[in-house]
Design a protein. Structure first.
Ligand code: SF4
Ligand code: SF4
Length: 384
């Protein structure tokens, strides 16, 4: 979620649900819906197939939400595409989640989807009335383009309508936490705000008279449209984190497919662990445990996968990378992981023409052999 994918850290979200035995395993504590893939922007680093028209059916999503509640998941967020292009989904799911007692994480948004101030305010008001108590996670970086006045309008309206100075957080994608802050600085100027470092939080804050936004950094992963960006093999191996932050989630895509994480590789079919049209949460978690790749990531870690690949062929990888999700995406698309087919990304998945949200036909990806077929889902042996 993909998405203006914003990695959620473990400290922001809490660790996964406790398990009876002290073992590492996939134990999701977070539910995220991407109601639509479509977006009003076309950022060069986007890893979402924004030209796909699929939308999650509200009734089907509600059923899954209730199932997740029974299962014990308590935290919910929304991503996309641009979630505000499907506001009726956001509002309906928010209302039911609030009634069920869910805590709210972020709605990830580019903040510039509105065509008028009136539309913006009416949509935000409907969210407040539905009971949304989370944050609006604004993606602001050079990839999203320069939309400073419209972003500032979004911030001021959200502050006024939600009546909270902490209703927003910021997210920027770059190579280093302190790089690529220029668009955030421009927004700060527009809002008459300053950017300060917080030792306590270990991150930057944008602070104005009536707004305080934390700035979250996303390690830029040059995948999908951004494949031509170089530098991901930066010579340093990632530190194992068992995907506790971005993973331990049930991310529901607009076509109903469920992924275990909101990492940059999560749109790959190889990470599909179920479908809300036919599976229960229990079945999906069980399948994740047995999944030849997902199960191993959460049980043994990415380093185990890396070591297995290098033991088989010391030259299988072009170098070392500190970016977990980039590594994941590389080994999955190239078919380097055991028992998982390769494919996807620019080397084979998003092919063929698809209408975007305005009905324009877009062509992304490289057409291979005239085929528009997607690679098979990597189901674990014996899974339904
Ligand atoms: S705002 Fe940009 S990164 Fe986010 S979904 Fe739209 S095109 Fe992709
Ligand atoms: S490394 Fe892979 S499994 Fe882990 S969060 Fe990133 S994309 Fe997901």
């Amino acid at each position: 979620m993909g998405t203006h994918t914003q990695r959620v850290t473990a400290s922001q979200r809490g660790l996964g649900r406790p398990v009876r035995r002290r073992t590492r395993t996939f134990r999701p504590n977070y539910l995220s819906f991407a109601g639509t893939y479509q977006c009003n922007l076309t950022c060069p680093h986007c890893c979402v197939p924004i030209e796909w028209p699929d939308r999650l059916d509200i009734g089907v999503a509600r059923r899954f939400l209730e199932d997740a509640h029974r299962y014990g998941i308590e935290l919910i967020g929304f991503t996309g595409g641009e979630p505000f292009l499907y506001p009726e989904f956001l509002v309906a799911l928010t209302r039911w989640a609030a009634e069920l007692g869910f805590r709210f994480d972020k709605i990830v948004t580019n903040g510039v989807w509105h065509t008028s101030r009136r539309q913006l305010r009416a949509t935000l008001r409907a969210l407040v009335e539905a009971g949304f108590t989370g944050k609006l996670g604004l993606s602001v970086d050079k990839f999203h383009g320069s939309h400073t006045p419209q972003l500032a309008e979004f911030c001021r309206s959200a502050r006024a309508i939600f009546g909270r100075d902490n209703v927003m957080s910021l997210s920027h994608a770059s190579r280093r936490p302190d790089a690529g802050l220029e668009p955030v600085q421009a927004l700060a100027r527009e809002l008459d705000a300053v950017i300060e470092w917080s030792d306590l939080l270990g991150r930057y804050l944008l602070v104005s008279r009536d707004l305080t936004m934390t700035l979250n950094w996303n390690h830029l992963a040059p995948v999908e449209r951004a494949e031509r960006l170089v530098g991901a093999w930066d010579g340093t191996w990632f530190a194992e984190d068992y995907c506790e932050g971005p993973g331990q989630a049930l991310i529901v895509n607009p076509n109903g497919e469920v992924k275990p994480c909101c990492g940059f590789a999560s749109d790959l079919d190889q990470l599909t662990i179920g479908d809300i049209h036919r599976d229960t949460v229990k079945q999906i978690v069980r399948r994740a445990h047995r999944h030849p790749y997902v199960g191993k990531v959460f049980r043994e870690g990415l380093t185990a996968i890396r070591d297995e690949i290098l033991a088989r062929d010391p030259d299988a990888l072009p170098g070392a990378t500190s970016n977990h999700c980039y590594f994941c995406w590389h080994v999955l698309t190239r078919g380097l992981a055991e028992h998982v087919p390769g494919g996807g990304g620019q080397i084979g998945k998003w092919t063929g023409e698809r209408p975007n949200y305005q009905g324009e036909l877009l062509q992304l990806g490289i057409r291979r052999g005239g085929s528009d077929r997607r690679p098979p889902v990597a189901n674990a042996p014996g899974s339904p």
